[in-house]
Design a binder for this molecule. Structure first.
Ligand code: CTP
Length: 438
């Protein structure tokens, strides 16, 4: 086998927490006991190499979910490892993989995913690999990008040997996202979104040939062939990144957003709304955190992306991505309120009373309140925030019972309470003065 052989044992001993290091060594030892070659692969290797190169002694960025590949029966090996470690074993028969949950000395649970080295991948038109590939090499070749296609051997005696068959380490050092075979995006179109996520996370660049292939796959409608659930998972992962807006912009430019949401044309206006959403969300987090309760960023982003989508398409999209049943209704409601507010803008006396926002948004869910903040004209935003702060704390010193005693009935009670609330909001009465009004 020709590959640049490098042993990372010393670096691993320096940089990995002892518990992880020892666990990897044990997995290697068990490999020897069963006569199987075992490797740690994928994101773990990528992040380890990045940590080694960054020269900081920070191991924080290394995720401790460990992907292991076995040249041989992965399930048999997994059962053996779980037994030796006295760890919990879960099999995923559909994927022919298993997971082990190991509780380490510090009572932390470490997840180890184990798979059999796999070989199936698609080559371009009848081209077969020219050389017979070893199994781990084949397994690595069918992966998404070169930066994720390295393995480190764990067996005792060869612990720490980096398996880099495709110049992956060089791409990692040069910051390139590169597919390993031409049909990569066609075989698994979710990689289109993964390419963008890794590019933006690490500040890397999708290299030209990979970008061409990516654009072709988008253009030919391969994103549309993937289930909504898989797309949704990848989008949510993008939104969990520290700076999701970078990836969103890239997806807009590459027409990915258009192919995910059939009526959404990525424009400068839409981009501004999305940027505003992240600003607004930051404001809520710092100043009005209780309004973020039960709010999902994915839904907020979709509110913005789908605000101009006609209802027919909304139904399709909502079903495809598994949106909650009141998503469309809530979105339409905010749009309606927002257009009413736009018409009232000249009536300063009306719109600058806090009770105005109460009338417009009473009964809104948190997600709707935040989406409305995104759409409101700048000049109203401060007032709106003031309203949200005030209504959050507002508590009447009288109740429906007090009104009942005074002879109010049914709908009158509700109306009176609302009237009092609005007066409090506007500062027309002070807390404690409610009783004077009944
Ligand atoms: N992989 C792939 N194609 C995909 C998804 C995953 O080839 N569509 C491979 C990659 O080698 C990847 C590994 O499976 O490294 C594990 O995938 P995952 O856990 O999703 O990603 P990580 O690389 O671990 O990245 P993250 O840091 O986001 O967890």
């Amino acid at each position: 086998e020709k590959y640049k052989s490098q042993n990372l044992k010393k670096e691993m001993e320096k940089i990995l927490p002892t518990s992880i290091l020892n666990l990897l060594k044990l997995i290697g030892l068990y490999g020897n006991e069963l006569g199987l070659n075992v490797y740690v692969v994928g994101g773990f290797v990528r992040d380890l190499l990045l940590a080694i190169n960054s020269k900081s002694n920070g191991t924080k960025s290394i995720p401790y979910d460990i992907d292991v590949v076995v040249e041989g029966d992965g399930l048999l090996f997994g059962k053996y490892v779980a037994k030796q470690l006295r760890a919990k074993y879960i099999e995923h028969p559909k994927f022919h993989t298993c997971s082990i949950f190991y509780r380490n000395g510090e009572n932390k649970i470490i997840r180890i995913d184990i798979a059999t080295a796999r070989t199936e991948y698609y080559e371009e038109a009848g081209e077969l690999p020219k050389v017979e590939l070893s199994t781990i090499k084949k397994d690595l070749y069918r992966r998404d990008f070169s930066i994720n296609a390295m393995a480190i051997k764990l067996n005792s005696g060869s612990f720490g040997i980096l398996m880099d068959f495709f110049n992956c380490k060089k791409d990692l050092e040069e910051g390139k996202i590169r597919i390993l075979y031409p049909l990569s995006f066609i075989e698994d179109p979710t990689r289109i979104l993964r390419a963008i996520r890794f590019e933006q996370r690490f500040g890397f660049e999708i290299e030209p040939n990979t970008l061409t292939k990516l654009e072709e796959a988008v253009e030919k409608g391969y994103l549309e062939k993937v289930t909504g659930m898989r797309i949704r998972e990848e989008l949510e992962k993008i939104l969990e990144e520290p700076e999701p807006m970078k990836a969103v912009k890239r997806m807009g430019k590459l027409k990915i957003i258009f192919h995910l949401f059939e009526k959404t044309y990525y424009s400068p206006t839409l981009e501004k709304d999305l940027e505003k959403l992240f600003d607004v969300k930051g404001y809520f987090k710092a100043n009005l955190p209780s309004y973020l309760n039960k709010v999902r960023l994915f839904h907020l982003v979709l509110d913005v992306l789908l605000q101009y989508t006609p209802e027919e398409s909304l139904k399709k999209i909502s079903e495809r991505y598994g949106l909650p049943k009141d998503f469309i209704k809530n979105l339409m409601q905010v749009k309606k309120v927002y257009s009413e507010i736009s018409k009232d803008l000249n009536d300063k006396e009306k719109i600058l009373k806090l009770s105005y926002f109460y009338e417009k948004t009473n009964g809104f869910q948190n997600e709707q309140l935040i989406f409305l903040a995104v759409k409101l004209p700048e000049e109203l935003l401060e007032k709106y925030y003031e309203y949200l702060r005030k209504i959050e704390k507002l508590k009447l010193s009288i109740t429906g019972k007090d009104l009942l005693k005074k002879g109010y009935e049914g709908v009158q009670i509700k109306a009176k309470l609302e009237e009092i609330k609005k007066k409090l909001l506007n500062g027309e009465i002070q807390p404690g003065e409610e009783k004077n009004l009944i």
